[in-house]
Design a protein around this ligand. Structure first.
Ligand code: F0G
Length: 468
């Protein structure tokens, strides 16, 4: 579509979120019966992570690595340079990161947590404090393993599923200032900022908040490290909601966001439209030098970092596709379509509707269960049984235990319906909303669960449950 017509239609809100692509290959799915699903989820210990993907109809476990690549990305894979050192594909990826995000130095890693591991080891000392706008599971674990302690500085509104604040990913600068005053800036190696905060429900941080944070941190000589996993989705919300940004492109907004930070970790499996990969980026020579040293221990040479040349080639192209305005309009538009259907059915979801998925409020859905009876874990299992839709718990199981062994009790007890990019259709969205409504109608009869196996790290991946 002509850009001018598109802009006019967008400004009058007439344009549909219809996809700027068409399909030329499809993946056939196995259709299961309810009896088969009851058996499958029981065998999986009522943990959707332990289901066989074959037994799943619509897979909303995650938007991570589940994207459909474009014809250009697939062509790029054939052009991948598989040299052990100095691969051309690395330089293509480095160029995309430098041009689109503006970071100076780039180290590839096998995925986001590979970058988190290296960065945490370089920057965090025992006893350090890392303030951040809500935790993410792997990010916080690497900070803790390096001897640090995470402190949540997100605004209070983020913990309230019904609060419609347009930028629930914002930092509360008063909370940050209190931490700086208490511990001193020297104990804070960096402030950890995620764009489109995953566990808050895919909620954005505003440019105004980032600018304030940047000036505060510059004054106090504290770095900002950016978890940029979903930065382009955050940019879309800034374009739609923040004053002064409606005429700016996603690409311009993404570049500005990154400019307020000193470095980044990236899981390319989300925004960047690939199935595997990530990187660490920094503007600091010293951090870059240390990262080049460590990456060979944990990932591989600094010009491949655990990735094949073809993976880096696909990332190089995916990064550029991710900042296309039409792409993000369709991407977030599809998520909003599903969210609005859920709202029409009266299903309690986190509002505003987020960027990468719908987060159903399990405490409100199953008010008769206590948090120790795992409402979100229970609901995810019931939704699978109903229709073969696989979702994920984001509540007490994901939050894990503190270093003293006690459970974290997160305020948010959610089931995440994460939408892979460019994979499912509008009819799939209808099935998801309709079948969740079927579960909603019989909600009062649903019983909770008990945990019967708990792994030491990131327990949500492999824990097993039984029905009460
Ligand atoms: N940061 C955020 C905000 C994430 O959402 C993830 C992964 C990571 C870091 C780690 O990246 O998986 O490439 O090692 N999130 C996935 C999810 C697992 O389903 O939300 P990774």
């Amino acid at each position: 579509m002509n850009q001018k017509i598109y802009n006019i239609m967008k400004s009058t809100k007439k344009i549909s979120w219809a996809e700027p692509y068409r399909m030329k290959m499809v993946e056939l799915l196995k259709m299961t019966t309810k009896a088969q699903r009851v058996k499958a989820i029981k065998e999986a210990g009522y943990n959707t992570f332990l289901l066989k993907s074959e037994d799943v109809y619509i897979d909303l476990l995650t938007d991570s690595g589940t994207n459909a690549m474009s014809d250009r990305q697939w062509s790029g894979m054939f052009m991948g340079d598989e040299a052990y050192a100095g691969s051309r594909s690395f330089y293509n990826m480095e160029k995309s990161v430098q041009e689109i995000y503006g970071y100076k130095h780039v180290i590839p890693t096998h995925q986001g947590r590979g970058a988190e591991n290296i960065l945490s080891k370089i920057l965090i000392k025992k006893g350090d404090i890392i303030p951040g706008n809500m935790y993410f599971t792997t990010t916080r674990l690497h900070q803790e393993l390096a001897g640090g302690k995470f402190e949540d500085i997100i605004i209070d509104e983020a913990h309230d599923p019904n609060n419609e604040h347009p930028f629930k990913g914002n930092v509360d600068l008063k909370k940050l200032d209190a931490i700086v005053k208490k511990h001193g800036a020297s104990k804070i190696p960096y402030v950890s900022i995620a764009t489109n905060v995953n566990l808050a429900g895919g909620q954005p941080i505003s440019m105004a908040n980032l600018r304030e944070l940047h000036s505060y941190c510059t004054k106090n000589k504290i770095r900002i490290i950016h978890d940029m996993t979903r930065v382009a989705e955050n940019a879309y919300f800034i374009q739609q909601r923040e004053k002064g940004f409606d005429k700016k492109s996603i690409a311009q907004i993404v570049k500005e966001i990154c400019s307020y930070t000193d470095g980044a970790t990236m899981s390319a499996k989300k925004d960047a439209l690939v199935n595997i990969g990530g990187f660490l980026a920094t503007n600091e020579m010293d951090t870059y030098e240390k990262a080049r040293n460590l990456v060979v221990v944990y990932e591989g040479m600094p010009t491949y970092g655990g990735l094949a040349g073809r993976d880096m080639e696909a990332i190089a192209i995916g990064i550029r596709e991710s900042v296309d305005d039409h792409h993000q309009h369709a991407r977030v538009g599809q998520v909003e379509y599903l969210g609005n259907k859920m709202i029409e059915f009266g299903i309690p979801i986190v509002k505003p509707i987020g960027g990468h998925g719908i987060f159903v409020d399990a405490k409100a859905f199953l008010p008769h269960l206590t948090q120790d009876e795992f409402p979100a874990q229970t609901l995810a299992a019931e939704i699978y049984i109903e229709s073969g839709v696989r979702t994920m718990e984001r509540g007490i199981v994901s939050a894990g235990r503190k270093s003293n062994g006690q459970n974290y009790y997160p305020k948010l007890e959610l089931v995440r319906f994460t939408i892979p990019r460019r994979v499912y259709t509008q009819a799939h969205m209808d099935v998801i909303a309709e079948s969740t409504y079927e579960v909603y109608k019989r909600r009062s009869k649903i019983k909770g669960m008990k945990m019967v196996y708990e792994p030491q790290y990131l327990r949500f991946f492999q824990a097993r449950f039984e029905k009460l």
